[in-house]
Each structure stands twice: as structure tokens, then as C-alpha cells.
Design a protein around this ligand. Structure first.
Ligand SMILES: [Zn+2]
Length: 67
């Protein structure tokens, strides 16, 4: 299984090959939620842990003041 480096603890995080951009993966080492932001190679960013209620997709338009 492919793996990526955790940006929080720099541990190895296994990423399923079918994981898509923007999906959240979990780091077992530091228990962080990580967002997949790159596929080749796999790249992870810390995901916001603030909202347990996931609002799928619509939030990206909320802060579009500049446009
Ligand atoms: Zn980690």
C-alpha cells in the first residue's frame, strides 16, 4: 500500500491507492486527520478538526468575497 509523510509528526501514513484528492486520511501515530492534497507523490496537509459535521462541498463558496 502506498504511503505518505505525515506533515504533523512526520510519521508514515498509509494511503489507499483509491484515495482521491481532498479525502481525509488518519495518521495512526499522532491521531491527526490529514487531507490528501497531492497524488504523485502522495502529499498530505493537516485537516481542520473543528467540524465533525461535514458539509460536503458547499463550504468552498462561503469565503469567496474576492470573486
Ligand atoms: Zn502524524
Amino acid at each position: 500500500m502506498p504511503s505518505a509523510r505525515c506533515p504533523v509528526c512526520e510519521g508514515r501514513v498509509f494511503v489507499d491507492a483509491s484515495t482521491e484528492m481532498g479525502e481525509i486520511v488518519f495518521c495512526d501515530d499522532c491521531e491527526s486527520n490529514l487531507e490528501l492534497v497531492g497524488l504523485d507523490p502522495f502529499e498530505l496537509d493537516p485537516a481542520s478538526e473543528a467540524n465533525d459535521e461535514v458539509d460536503d462541498g458547499f463550504s468552498i463558496f462561503d469565503e469567496a468575497d474576492e470573486a
